[in-house]
Design a protein around this ligand. Sequence first.
Ligand code: NAD
Ligand code: GLY
Length: 368
Amino acid sequence: MNRSPSPLPAIELAVELGARSYPIAIGANLLDDAARFAGAIRGRHALIVANDVVAPLYLDRVAAAIRAGCEKVQVSTLILPDGEAHKTLASAARVFDALAAMKANRDATIIALGGGVIGDLAGFAAACWMRGIAFVQVPTTLLAMVDSSVGGKTAVDLAQGKNLVGAFHQPRAVIADTAALATLPLRELRAGFAEVVKYGALGDADFFAWLERHAEALLAREPEPLAATIAHCCRQKASIVARDETEQGERALLNLGHTFGHAIETAMGYDGLLHGEAVAVGMVLAARLSASHGRAPAADTQRLIALLERFGLPTAFPPGLDADLLLGLMQLDKKNLSDNLRLILWRGVGRAEIVPDVDLATIRTLLS
Ligand code: NAD
Ligand code: GLY
Protein backbone atom coordinates (compact mmCIF):
# COMPACT_ATOMS: atom_id res chain seq x y z
CA MET A 1 0.00 0.00 0.00
CA ASN A 2 1.22 3.53 -0.77
CA ARG A 3 1.26 5.67 2.30
CA SER A 4 1.35 9.41 1.80
CA PRO A 5 4.43 11.00 3.25
CA SER A 6 3.97 12.72 6.59
CA PRO A 7 3.48 16.49 6.37
CA LEU A 8 5.87 16.68 9.31
CA PRO A 9 9.52 15.75 8.73
CA ALA A 10 10.91 13.05 11.00
CA ILE A 11 12.52 14.38 14.17
CA GLU A 12 16.07 13.07 14.52
CA LEU A 13 17.71 12.81 17.95
CA ALA A 14 20.59 10.82 19.41
CA VAL A 15 21.66 9.13 22.60
CA GLU A 16 25.31 10.09 23.03
CA LEU A 17 27.25 7.17 24.50
CA GLY A 18 30.55 7.31 22.65
CA ALA A 19 31.00 4.27 20.42
CA ARG A 20 27.56 3.00 21.47
CA SER A 21 25.72 6.20 20.50
CA TYR A 22 22.55 5.66 18.50
CA PRO A 23 19.88 7.60 16.64
CA ILE A 24 16.23 8.05 17.60
CA ALA A 25 13.86 8.87 14.73
CA ILE A 26 10.30 10.01 15.40
CA GLY A 27 7.84 10.46 12.53
CA ALA A 28 4.88 9.10 10.61
CA ASN A 29 5.28 5.99 8.42
CA LEU A 30 8.86 5.23 9.43
CA LEU A 31 7.90 1.53 9.49
CA ASP A 32 8.29 1.61 5.70
CA ASP A 33 11.68 3.33 5.74
CA ALA A 34 13.90 0.65 4.19
CA ALA A 35 17.02 2.81 4.22
CA ARG A 36 16.64 3.56 7.91
CA PHE A 37 16.37 -0.14 8.74
CA ALA A 38 19.34 -0.88 6.50
CA GLY A 39 21.40 1.62 8.47
CA ALA A 40 20.43 0.04 11.78
CA ILE A 41 20.65 -3.68 11.05
CA ARG A 42 23.94 -5.50 11.11
CA GLY A 43 24.87 -9.05 10.22
CA ARG A 44 23.28 -11.71 8.08
CA HIS A 45 20.24 -12.57 10.19
CA ALA A 46 17.35 -10.39 11.35
CA LEU A 47 14.72 -11.69 13.75
CA ILE A 48 11.64 -9.51 14.18
CA VAL A 49 9.94 -10.17 17.51
CA ALA A 50 6.36 -8.98 17.92
CA ASN A 51 3.19 -10.10 19.69
CA ASP A 52 -0.11 -11.41 18.38
CA VAL A 53 -1.78 -7.99 18.59
CA VAL A 54 0.91 -5.92 16.88
CA ALA A 55 2.01 -8.52 14.31
CA PRO A 56 -1.24 -8.50 12.25
CA LEU A 57 -1.09 -4.70 12.18
CA TYR A 58 2.55 -3.96 11.36
CA LEU A 59 4.80 -7.00 11.01
CA ASP A 60 4.49 -7.40 7.22
CA ARG A 61 5.40 -3.77 6.64
CA VAL A 62 8.51 -3.96 8.80
CA ALA A 63 9.59 -7.27 7.23
CA ALA A 64 9.08 -5.78 3.75
CA ALA A 65 11.11 -2.68 4.62
CA ILE A 66 13.96 -4.79 6.00
CA ARG A 67 13.93 -7.12 2.98
CA ALA A 68 13.97 -4.11 0.65
CA GLY A 69 16.75 -2.37 2.55
CA CYS A 70 18.92 -5.39 3.35
CA GLU A 71 18.73 -7.79 0.43
CA LYS A 72 21.36 -10.18 1.77
CA VAL A 73 19.84 -10.51 5.25
CA GLN A 74 17.78 -13.57 6.17
CA VAL A 75 14.62 -12.23 7.85
CA SER A 76 12.63 -14.38 10.29
CA THR A 77 9.76 -13.54 12.61
CA LEU A 78 8.61 -14.65 16.04
CA ILE A 79 5.14 -13.86 17.34
CA LEU A 80 4.63 -14.15 21.10
CA PRO A 81 1.41 -13.92 23.10
CA ASP A 82 0.41 -10.41 24.16
CA GLY A 83 0.77 -9.02 27.65
CA GLU A 84 2.98 -8.29 30.63
CA ALA A 85 2.28 -11.82 31.92
CA HIS A 86 4.44 -13.05 29.02
CA LYS A 87 7.50 -10.88 29.80
CA THR A 88 9.15 -13.99 31.18
CA LEU A 89 12.22 -16.18 30.97
CA ALA A 90 10.04 -18.69 29.09
CA SER A 91 9.35 -16.11 26.36
CA ALA A 92 13.04 -15.22 26.22
CA ALA A 93 13.74 -18.93 25.68
CA ARG A 94 11.41 -18.83 22.67
CA VAL A 95 13.51 -16.01 21.21
CA PHE A 96 16.67 -18.08 21.76
CA ASP A 97 15.00 -21.07 20.05
CA ALA A 98 14.09 -18.88 17.08
CA LEU A 99 17.67 -17.58 16.82
CA ALA A 100 19.02 -21.12 17.01
CA ALA A 101 16.57 -22.27 14.32
CA MET A 102 17.92 -19.50 12.05
CA LYS A 103 21.47 -20.63 12.84
CA ALA A 104 22.13 -17.10 13.96
CA ASN A 105 25.48 -16.35 15.48
CA ARG A 106 26.73 -12.98 16.70
CA ASP A 107 26.16 -11.72 13.20
CA ALA A 108 22.47 -11.11 13.87
CA THR A 109 20.07 -8.33 14.83
CA ILE A 110 16.82 -8.58 16.79
CA ILE A 111 14.12 -6.08 15.88
CA ALA A 112 11.68 -5.44 18.74
CA LEU A 113 8.37 -4.40 17.20
CA GLY A 114 5.81 -3.47 19.85
CA GLY A 115 5.31 -1.85 23.21
CA GLY A 116 7.54 -1.91 26.27
CA VAL A 117 6.88 -5.58 26.97
CA ILE A 118 8.28 -6.74 23.63
CA GLY A 119 11.04 -4.11 23.77
CA ASP A 120 12.23 -5.17 27.23
CA LEU A 121 11.97 -8.87 26.44
CA ALA A 122 13.56 -8.83 22.97
CA GLY A 123 16.28 -6.48 24.23
CA PHE A 124 17.01 -8.88 27.08
CA ALA A 125 17.25 -11.79 24.63
CA ALA A 126 19.61 -9.70 22.47
CA ALA A 127 21.77 -8.97 25.52
CA CYS A 128 22.04 -12.71 26.29
CA TRP A 129 22.37 -14.38 22.88
CA MET A 130 26.04 -15.26 22.48
CA ARG A 131 26.73 -12.61 25.16
CA GLY A 132 25.17 -9.80 23.20
CA ILE A 133 23.96 -9.06 19.69
CA ALA A 134 22.55 -5.97 18.04
CA PHE A 135 18.94 -4.94 18.45
CA VAL A 136 16.68 -2.24 17.13
CA GLN A 137 13.74 -0.78 19.01
CA VAL A 138 10.62 -0.15 16.94
CA PRO A 139 8.21 1.09 19.61
CA THR A 140 4.49 1.09 18.80
CA THR A 141 2.98 2.35 22.07
CA LEU A 142 3.25 5.88 23.43
CA LEU A 143 4.87 4.50 26.58
CA ALA A 144 7.55 2.72 24.58
CA MET A 145 8.16 5.77 22.36
CA VAL A 146 8.66 8.16 25.29
CA ASP A 147 10.46 5.85 27.67
CA SER A 148 11.15 2.14 27.39
CA SER A 149 12.71 2.08 23.90
CA VAL A 150 15.39 4.58 24.90
CA GLY A 151 18.18 3.95 27.38
CA GLY A 152 18.99 0.27 27.13
CA LYS A 153 17.22 -1.16 30.16
CA THR A 154 16.08 -4.65 29.23
CA ALA A 155 14.47 -7.25 31.49
CA VAL A 156 11.95 -9.97 32.18
CA ASP A 157 9.70 -10.34 35.22
CA LEU A 158 9.60 -13.09 37.83
CA ALA A 159 6.56 -13.97 39.94
CA GLN A 160 8.55 -12.42 42.80
CA GLY A 161 8.90 -9.03 41.14
CA LYS A 162 9.09 -6.88 38.02
CA ASN A 163 12.22 -6.65 35.90
CA LEU A 164 14.27 -8.71 38.36
CA VAL A 165 16.32 -10.38 35.63
CA GLY A 166 17.83 -8.08 33.05
CA ALA A 167 20.74 -6.25 31.55
CA PHE A 168 21.77 -2.84 30.32
CA HIS A 169 22.03 -3.30 26.57
CA GLN A 170 21.65 -0.32 24.28
CA PRO A 171 19.83 -0.64 20.95
CA ARG A 172 21.52 0.34 17.69
CA ALA A 173 18.60 2.58 16.77
CA VAL A 174 15.11 3.59 17.86
CA ILE A 175 12.60 3.97 15.03
CA ALA A 176 9.31 5.38 16.33
CA ASP A 177 6.49 5.51 13.79
CA THR A 178 3.97 7.94 15.28
CA ALA A 179 1.30 6.80 12.77
CA ALA A 180 1.21 3.46 14.62
CA LEU A 181 -0.36 5.27 17.57
CA ALA A 182 -3.59 5.54 15.55
CA THR A 183 -4.43 1.91 16.39
CA LEU A 184 -3.40 2.04 20.05
CA PRO A 185 -6.39 1.51 22.38
CA LEU A 186 -7.29 4.68 24.30
CA ARG A 187 -6.53 3.08 27.68
CA GLU A 188 -3.00 2.27 26.47
CA LEU A 189 -2.54 5.79 25.13
CA ARG A 190 -3.59 7.20 28.52
CA ALA A 191 -1.13 4.87 30.27
CA GLY A 192 1.67 6.29 28.13
CA PHE A 193 0.85 9.78 29.35
CA ALA A 194 1.72 8.70 32.91
CA GLU A 195 5.37 8.44 31.84
CA VAL A 196 5.04 11.71 29.91
CA VAL A 197 3.75 13.52 33.01
CA LYS A 198 6.61 11.91 34.94
CA TYR A 199 9.19 13.85 32.89
CA GLY A 200 7.52 17.15 33.71
CA ALA A 201 7.00 16.20 37.34
CA LEU A 202 10.57 15.13 38.02
CA GLY A 203 12.59 17.74 36.18
CA ASP A 204 10.81 20.16 33.90
CA ALA A 205 8.18 22.53 35.30
CA ASP A 206 7.76 24.30 31.93
CA PHE A 207 6.96 21.00 30.21
CA PHE A 208 4.49 20.17 33.00
CA ALA A 209 2.72 23.49 32.38
CA TRP A 210 2.80 22.85 28.61
CA LEU A 211 1.09 19.49 29.22
CA GLU A 212 -1.56 21.26 31.29
CA ARG A 213 -2.27 23.47 28.26
CA HIS A 214 -2.25 20.66 25.67
CA ALA A 215 -3.75 17.62 27.43
CA GLU A 216 -6.91 17.50 25.31
CA ALA A 217 -5.03 17.93 22.00
CA LEU A 218 -2.66 15.16 23.02
CA LEU A 219 -5.47 12.80 23.96
CA ALA A 220 -7.05 13.56 20.58
CA ARG A 221 -3.75 12.32 19.05
CA GLU A 222 -3.10 15.58 17.19
CA PRO A 223 0.08 14.76 15.25
CA GLU A 224 2.08 17.92 15.91
CA PRO A 225 1.82 18.17 19.71
CA LEU A 226 2.09 14.40 19.99
CA ALA A 227 5.35 14.24 18.01
CA ALA A 228 6.68 17.25 19.93
CA THR A 229 5.85 15.51 23.22
CA ILE A 230 7.57 12.27 22.24
CA ALA A 231 10.64 14.19 21.09
CA HIS A 232 10.74 16.25 24.28
CA CYS A 233 10.60 13.13 26.48
CA CYS A 234 13.23 11.32 24.40
CA ARG A 235 15.54 14.35 24.57
CA GLN A 236 15.18 14.49 28.36
CA LYS A 237 15.74 10.76 28.73
CA ALA A 238 18.67 10.72 26.29
CA SER A 239 20.47 13.44 28.18
CA ILE A 240 20.01 11.70 31.55
CA VAL A 241 21.12 8.34 30.09
CA ALA A 242 24.17 9.97 28.50
CA ARG A 243 25.24 11.24 31.94
CA ASP A 244 24.33 8.12 33.92
CA GLU A 245 23.87 5.07 31.70
CA THR A 246 23.81 2.42 34.43
CA GLU A 247 21.90 4.33 37.09
CA GLN A 248 24.64 5.15 39.54
CA GLY A 249 22.90 8.42 40.36
CA GLU A 250 20.47 10.74 38.63
CA ARG A 251 18.95 8.13 36.28
CA ALA A 252 17.12 6.79 39.33
CA LEU A 253 14.97 9.94 39.18
CA LEU A 254 13.28 8.42 36.11
CA ASN A 255 11.81 5.88 38.51
CA LEU A 256 9.57 8.45 40.19
CA GLY A 257 6.44 6.50 41.18
CA HIS A 258 7.92 3.19 40.01
CA THR A 259 8.77 1.52 43.33
CA PHE A 260 5.14 1.84 44.39
CA GLY A 261 3.97 1.13 40.83
CA HIS A 262 6.00 -2.03 40.30
CA ALA A 263 4.83 -3.41 43.66
CA ILE A 264 1.21 -2.70 42.72
CA GLU A 265 1.67 -4.45 39.34
CA THR A 266 3.27 -7.48 40.99
CA ALA A 267 0.68 -7.64 43.77
CA MET A 268 -2.05 -7.65 41.10
CA GLY A 269 -0.37 -10.54 39.25
CA TYR A 270 0.61 -8.37 36.22
CA ASP A 271 -3.04 -8.44 35.26
CA GLY A 272 -4.60 -5.49 37.06
CA LEU A 273 -3.45 -1.95 36.45
CA LEU A 274 -1.36 -1.31 33.34
CA HIS A 275 2.25 -0.30 33.95
CA GLY A 276 1.52 3.38 33.20
CA GLU A 277 -1.58 3.35 35.41
CA ALA A 278 0.41 1.85 38.29
CA VAL A 279 3.09 4.51 37.78
CA ALA A 280 0.40 7.24 37.94
CA VAL A 281 -0.81 5.90 41.30
CA GLY A 282 2.81 5.52 42.41
CA MET A 283 3.66 9.13 41.60
CA VAL A 284 0.69 10.34 43.64
CA LEU A 285 1.76 8.14 46.57
CA ALA A 286 5.31 9.55 46.33
CA ALA A 287 3.88 13.08 46.22
CA ARG A 288 1.62 12.47 49.22
CA LEU A 289 4.51 10.99 51.18
CA SER A 290 6.62 14.04 50.37
CA ALA A 291 3.81 16.48 51.17
CA SER A 292 3.18 14.79 54.53
CA HIS A 293 6.82 15.52 55.46
CA GLY A 294 6.65 19.09 54.23
CA ARG A 295 9.03 18.32 51.34
CA ALA A 296 6.56 19.21 48.58
CA PRO A 297 3.79 21.82 48.46
CA ALA A 298 0.36 20.18 48.88
CA ALA A 299 -0.92 22.46 46.09
CA ASP A 300 1.55 20.83 43.68
CA THR A 301 0.23 17.39 44.64
CA GLN A 302 -3.22 18.62 43.68
CA ARG A 303 -1.83 19.87 40.34
CA LEU A 304 -0.25 16.47 39.70
CA ILE A 305 -3.48 14.63 40.53
CA ALA A 306 -5.50 17.00 38.33
CA LEU A 307 -3.21 16.54 35.32
CA LEU A 308 -3.13 12.74 35.66
CA GLU A 309 -6.91 12.70 35.94
CA ARG A 310 -7.25 14.84 32.80
CA PHE A 311 -5.30 12.11 31.03
CA GLY A 312 -7.83 9.63 32.43
CA LEU A 313 -5.37 7.97 34.79
CA PRO A 314 -6.06 6.46 38.21
CA THR A 315 -4.64 8.37 41.18
CA ALA A 316 -5.90 6.36 44.18
CA PHE A 317 -4.40 3.28 45.80
CA PRO A 318 -6.38 0.28 44.43
CA PRO A 319 -8.82 -0.97 47.07
CA GLY A 320 -8.21 -4.40 48.55
CA LEU A 321 -4.41 -4.41 48.20
CA ASP A 322 -2.62 -5.42 51.37
CA ALA A 323 -0.14 -2.82 52.67
CA ASP A 324 2.25 -5.43 54.09
CA LEU A 325 2.29 -7.43 50.86
CA LEU A 326 3.14 -4.24 49.00
CA LEU A 327 5.87 -3.30 51.47
CA GLY A 328 7.44 -6.75 51.07
CA LEU A 329 7.43 -6.34 47.31
CA MET A 330 8.90 -2.84 47.55
CA GLN A 331 11.79 -4.24 49.59
CA LEU A 332 12.82 -6.33 46.56
CA ASP A 333 13.20 -3.16 44.51
CA LYS A 334 16.57 -2.88 42.77
CA LYS A 335 17.20 0.62 44.12
CA ASN A 336 17.29 -0.44 47.78
CA LEU A 337 20.62 -0.38 49.58
CA SER A 338 19.37 -1.34 53.07
CA ASP A 339 16.28 -2.80 54.75
CA ASN A 340 14.67 0.60 54.56
CA LEU A 341 13.52 1.82 51.17
CA ARG A 342 15.41 3.98 48.71
CA LEU A 343 12.64 6.00 47.12
CA ILE A 344 12.35 8.76 44.59
CA LEU A 345 10.36 11.45 46.35
CA TRP A 346 8.96 14.70 45.08
CA ARG A 347 9.82 18.30 45.84
CA GLY A 348 6.96 19.75 43.79
CA VAL A 349 6.40 20.33 40.08
CA GLY A 350 9.72 19.97 38.24
CA ARG A 351 11.82 18.52 41.08
CA ALA A 352 12.40 15.03 42.43
CA GLU A 353 15.04 13.68 44.79
CA ILE A 354 16.55 10.35 45.76
CA VAL A 355 15.88 9.61 49.44
CA PRO A 356 18.09 6.69 50.48
CA ASP A 357 16.50 5.58 53.72
CA VAL A 358 12.73 5.93 54.03
CA ASP A 359 11.59 3.89 57.01
CA LEU A 360 8.97 1.20 56.51
CA ALA A 361 6.60 2.47 59.21
CA THR A 362 6.13 5.76 57.36
CA ILE A 363 5.19 3.95 54.19
CA ARG A 364 2.89 1.53 56.00
CA THR A 365 0.98 4.52 57.41
CA LEU A 366 0.69 6.03 53.92
CA LEU A 367 -0.60 2.79 52.39
CA SER A 368 -3.11 2.08 55.09
P1 NAD B 1 2.70 -3.34 26.16
O1 NAD B 1 3.97 -3.61 25.50
O2 NAD B 1 2.01 -4.44 26.87
O3 NAD B 1 1.70 -2.69 25.11
C1 NAD B 1 0.41 -2.31 25.53
C2 NAD B 1 -0.68 -2.97 24.70
O4 NAD B 1 -0.80 -2.32 23.45
C3 NAD B 1 -0.43 -4.43 24.37
O5 NAD B 1 -1.65 -5.13 24.39
C4 NAD B 1 0.11 -4.37 22.94
O6 NAD B 1 -0.09 -5.57 22.24
C5 NAD B 1 -0.70 -3.26 22.37
N1 NAD B 1 -0.14 -2.52 21.27
C6 NAD B 1 1.15 -2.12 21.13
N2 NAD B 1 1.27 -1.29 20.09
C7 NAD B 1 0.04 -1.20 19.53
C8 NAD B 1 -0.46 -0.48 18.43
N3 NAD B 1 0.29 0.37 17.73
N4 NAD B 1 -1.77 -0.64 18.11
C9 NAD B 1 -2.56 -1.45 18.86
N5 NAD B 1 -2.15 -2.12 19.93
C10 NAD B 1 -0.85 -1.98 20.27
O7 NAD B 1 2.86 -2.18 27.27
P2 NAD B 1 3.66 -0.78 27.28
O8 NAD B 1 2.83 0.11 28.11
O9 NAD B 1 4.07 -0.36 25.94
O10 NAD B 1 5.00 -1.15 28.07
C11 NAD B 1 4.97 -1.53 29.42
C12 NAD B 1 6.24 -2.28 29.72
O11 NAD B 1 7.36 -1.42 29.53
C13 NAD B 1 6.34 -2.79 31.14
O12 NAD B 1 6.79 -4.11 31.12
C14 NAD B 1 7.38 -1.89 31.78
O13 NAD B 1 8.05 -2.52 32.83
C15 NAD B 1 8.27 -1.58 30.62
N6 NAD B 1 9.03 -0.34 30.75
C16 NAD B 1 10.37 -0.41 30.51
C17 NAD B 1 11.14 0.73 30.59
C18 NAD B 1 12.59 0.66 30.24
O14 NAD B 1 13.30 1.65 30.44
N7 NAD B 1 13.08 -0.43 29.69
C19 NAD B 1 10.55 1.96 30.90
C20 NAD B 1 9.19 2.00 31.13
C21 NAD B 1 8.43 0.83 31.05
N1 GLY C 1 12.35 3.97 32.96
C1 GLY C 1 13.44 4.22 33.83
C2 GLY C 1 14.77 4.22 33.15
O1 GLY C 1 14.89 3.96 31.99
O2 GLY C 1 15.75 4.46 33.79
